[in-house]
Ligand binder design. Structure first.
Ligand SMILES: C[S@@+](CC[C@H](N)C(=O)[O-])C[C@H]1O[C@@H](n2cnc3c(N)ncnc32)[C@H](O)[C@@H]1O
Length: 222
């Protein structure tokens, strides 16, 4: 199987198995001067992110080359980000410098990141797809690190994306549905949850018609 965003990716060639870590996979992709997903923030995240109160903290797991983390920092959030690819984080740091903002960006596996409980006012997830077991762990992580009353914004691909060519994993087990996300975040105040058919224009990797899920929700107040 050739995976996409999983923790490890096994490739079978001539009956020999080579295991590639997520870091290897993504470093190989990011090893270019180009920003694969562009330097502009995801337009859904740009549209729905609340204006921060002074001192508000945001977390951007799997922030890639930093386009969304930089946007949040420009709005006034104190941003922490983590991505498994060193090459991506190097670009994210350069992007933050160009925009004259600070993002506390880290290289590493999101599951190994010391994420404090009840800490962030805002968490954003942009096209981060895991295999089912890791998806469950990721949902727990997102719920845990948000403050009570904190906001979660997510955009990811749905099953309808499978025949489309604007990005995303080709393993259906990694794709999202509104039904599953509604059940996983049942205790949240769900402000927006919709499956879309829309046009993506994010670098050369996300171009064209896409089938996405957009989520905006609030963790219940304590
Ligand atoms: C499709 S890209 C999206 C990047 C970014 N969110 C954006 O929209 O520009 C998926 C990202 O997930 C990162 N990633 C994959 N597995 C990860 C993991 N276990 N921990 C942290 N980052 C991971 C990859 O390095 C890659 O940057």
């Amino acid at each position: 199987m050739v995976g996409y965003d999983g923790a490890s990716i096994a490739i079978f060639i001539n009956l020999k198995e080579f295991t590639m870590t997520a870091a290897d996979f993504w470093n190989k992709r990011y090893q270019t001067d180009e920003f694969l997903f562009g330097v502009e923030p995801n337009d859904f995240i740009r549209a729905v992110t609340p204006i921060p109160k002074p001192g508000a903290k945001a977390f951007a797991p799997a922030d890639g080359e930093g386009r969304n983390g930089v946007f949040l920092a420009e709005l006034g959030y104190q941003v922490t980000s983590v991505d498994v690819s060193q090459f991506a984080v190097d670009k994210a740091k350069a992007l933050a410098e160009t925009h004259n903002v600070t993002v506390d960006s880290h290289v590493g596996d999101v599951f190994a990141f010391p994420c404090p409980d009840d800490h962030y006012d805002l968490v954003i997830v942009c096209f981060m797809h895991f295999l089912p077991d890791d998806h469950v762990r990721f949902v727990d992580l997102l719920k845990g690190c948000l403050k009570p009353g904190g906001v979660l914004i997510m955009e990811g691909y749905t099953l309808e994306q499978l025949p489309l060519t604007s990005g995303g994993p080709k393993n259906p087990d990694m794709l999202w549905s509104a039904e599953a996300i509604a059940s996983e975040f049942a205790e949240f105040d769900i402000l927006l949850l919709q499956e879309t058919r829309r046009f993506l224009a994010e670098g050369h990797r996300h171009q064209g018609q896409a089938a996405t899920l957009q989520f905006l929700g609030r963790k219940p107040a304590a």
